[in-house]
Write a protein that binds this ligand. Sequence first.
Ligand code: HEC
Ligand code: HEC
Length: 294
Amino acid sequence: MATERHDPVTGRVTTGHEWNGIEELETPIPRVVFFFLIVGTLFAIGYWLLMPAWPVGWTYTKGLLGIDQRNVVTQQVEEAAVSRAVWTDRVGSEDFAAIAADGDLMRHVRDTGRTLFVDNCAVCHGVRGTGGPGFPDLAAGSWLWGGDPETIAETISVGINSTNDDTRVSQMMAFGRDGVLESDQIRSVAAYVRSLSGQELSEADQARVPAGQEVFAENCASCHGEDGKGMVEVGAPDLTDQHWIYGGDAQTVYTTIYSGRQGHMPHWQDRLSPTDIRILALYVGALATDGGPQ
Ligand code: HEC
Ligand code: HEC
């Protein structure tokens, strides 16, 4: 071994390596590194003995403490269901008026209802339930079938023009295509319909209103009512307000009357539990007053 050389400045031993006159000091690995290496190794061995660790063929070393994350999750899910049952049982059994009057219970309903609505309904009705062309605004308070929770729960359960045996049936006939009304009569009744919601009409349309009113009384009032305010028995919309499913402009109203409309709302009886349907009914029923999910 070469003779030990000392660095003249620090007095430390050098390794003997030298690059262009610069020599490398012999610096030992600090003890603290060994300390942590040993502590880390001991911890790893201890953890391996106590907890599930190594894969062994089809199984694994289970560890002395017998901890299994799967059991932990199962237990947590059970606990959550039990704590949820405290209020879901009430929603499932009490009548709607009692639930709606209970602020605490309604807070649960609103939180869970929002999630259920976003997961199942928002694709068609929008995240806030405000709908869009062809999909009614559920927050408008202008109901086709009725806005009390019982009625909404029934609508959700059986759907509208759905494949369910008890489905609600929504039939706005194709008055033009089926030859019931002439194009001229359709134009007149469209003008009358638009006058009902207080729209400003062109002079020509204004002149058509009286004739349109007659066509309406003969062909439309049976479903939409003498006054055009709709009829929940047949799901016919109120034509006098500002809320439209398809649109209140002249062209859209003409198309609606000419070609008819049959909106499709799926039924949820087989997909959601009765309690979830009740939660949604309360949630949707409150949309009009709450202004939608925050
Ligand atoms: C595939 C689209 C679609 C989905 C998904 C959907 N709906 Fe609908 N929904 C409709 C359509 C379309 C109508 C209107 C049918 C019509 O024009 O008569 C409607 C009507 C309704 C009505 C009747 C409103 C009234 O004025 O009486 C309610 C209540 C309703 N939906 C709630 C829900 C809820 C709650 C969900 C989620 C569980 C949901 N909808 C999911 C399309 C959908
Ligand atoms: C058999 C009952 C029935 C008759 C008769 C009927 N309607 Fe309808 N009407 C409906 C129903 C139900 C809807 C909703 C259709 C849907 O969305 O599924 C509707 C929808 C409409 C709409 C669309 C409203 C919107 O919000 O976009 C207009 C406009 C309308 N009807 C006008 C008329 C006129 C005008 C007549 C007469 C020429 C008439 N209806 C006759 C049942 C009827």
